[in-house]
Design a protein around this ligand. Structure first.
Ligand code: ATP
Length: 356
């Protein structure tokens, strides 16, 4: 799993309007499902298009296996791209759409038939070979586009928000299908999305991009449980980002003053007494306490209760004016109301110190 498949070395892409990708370094391994995740305009599509060959880096190199391809045409690279718009040929059947590239390459007819059949089977569309695209649902059309992209056995499949046009239910189903397909094919998938849940569900590793640069690279669990920056903490899931002054550094935790109250956060070797720090904590890891008998808690006023079916969120404001979202359940909470004073705390291990 550690063989390198794609290597992006110090790649910058500047347009007249500004820099879209800034000195990017990224190593993508063979057979991994890697997702480039970030908000609109962060440079994820530009990065993907440079791997595909639709954009040329302003500077830097792109390696595919052991070949530098940064300035080669798309067809000279062993990669294929699936876009959000399926871009199927409307006047061709499903079979003809998938066969198109192989025909161009002058592959023999019986060989083409076998490969197309195999690709359609992989996306579960064997019985749809003779239909025209307009007789298919959006999800089926996207599967045809995927079959067309895998039929010539690329080393890398690039996917640019491929499920963006589908409704939520179908998207969730296709997420699972795509992940299974990637495992069955055993090829590298580079997937672009702005949907953090999609990234968390599907990826072996996630690259979080912001303003043309990588903010963090890691497994979904690392990214979710140990965000390194305020941006990553808030972009992936929901997070409370709090600030305070370090009072005490212990082996396994630090004590932080928020106003005139003390809370705890995970130990971090980079912080020392007196530092102003930011730390993040997920709403599901924050608890209400019955009394302030526990040493490390903050008092806060309950400002809003948001009922969302399975979960209830409580928006609170600490006495020093910081906003805290608590996701909690329990009979006692049925009787609390806006304006109530709450006592809030958490385990040190859930409060992650962020770099500024
Ligand atoms: P989205 O999710 O909205 O597609 P993105 O993260 O994929 O966003 P990019 O499409 O890579 O972002 O764009 C990054 C920046 O580069 C943006 O500011 C965009 O306006 C700019 N940009 C992208 N393509 C071009 C282009 N062909 N010419 C000029 N500027 C461009």
């Amino acid at each position: 799993m550690n063989e390198t498949m794609v290597e992006i070395k110090q790649v910058t892409k500047a347009f007249d309007e500004g820099i879209a990708v800034n000195n990017l370094n990224l190593t993508i391994r063979a057979k991994e499902f890697i997702t480039i995740l970030g908000p609109s305009g962060c440079g994820k599509t530009t990065t993907l298009r440079m791997i595909a060959g639709f954009e040329t880096p302003t500077s830097g190199e792109i390696w595919l296996s052991d070949k530098e391809v940064g300035r080669l045409e798309p067809y000279q690279r062993d990669v294929n791209t699936v876009f959000q718009s399926y871009s199927l040929f409307p006047h061709m059947t499903v079979f003809q759409n998938v066969a198109f590239g192989l025909k161009m390459k002058k592959m023999k007819k019986d060989q083409i038939a076998a490969k197309v059949k195999e690709a359609l089977a992989l996306v579960q569309l064997e019985s749809f070979a003779d239909r025209s695209p307009k007789q298919l649902s959006g999800g089926q059309q996207q599967r045809v586009a995927i079959a067309r992209a895998i039929v010539n056995d690329p080393k890398v499949l690039l996917l640019d928000e491929p499920l963006g046009a589908l409704d939520l239910k179908l998207r969730k189903q296709m997420q699972l299908e795509l992940k299974q397909l990637q495992q069955r094919l055993g090829i590298t998938f580079v997937y672009v999305t702005h949907d953090q849940e999609e990234a968390l569900t599907m990826s072996d590793r996630i690259v979080v991009m912001n303003k043309g640069e990588i903010e963090q690279l890691g497994t979904p669990q690392e990214i979710y449980e140990h965000p390194r920056t305020p941006f990553v903490a808030s972009f992936i899931g929901e997070a409370n980002v709090l600030s305070g002054e370090v009072q005490e550094v212990q082996v396994d935790h630090v004590v932080v003053a928020i106003g005139d109250m003390f809370v705890i956060a995970n130990h971090n070797p980079d912080v020392k007494k007196g530092d102003e720090i930011l730390f993040s904590i997920r709403p599901e890891n924050v608890q209400f306490y019955e009394s302030n008998a526990t040493p490390f808690t903050v008092s806060a006023t309950l400002q809003e209760i948001i009922y969302a079916g399975a979960i209830i969120k409580f928006i609170c404001e600490t006495t020093s004016g910081q906003r805290l979202i608590v996701q909690a359940s329990g009979d006692r909470l049925r009787t609390v109301k806006e304006g109530d004073e709450m006592i809030i705390g958490w385990d040190a291990k859930h409060a992650i110190v962020l770099s500024a």
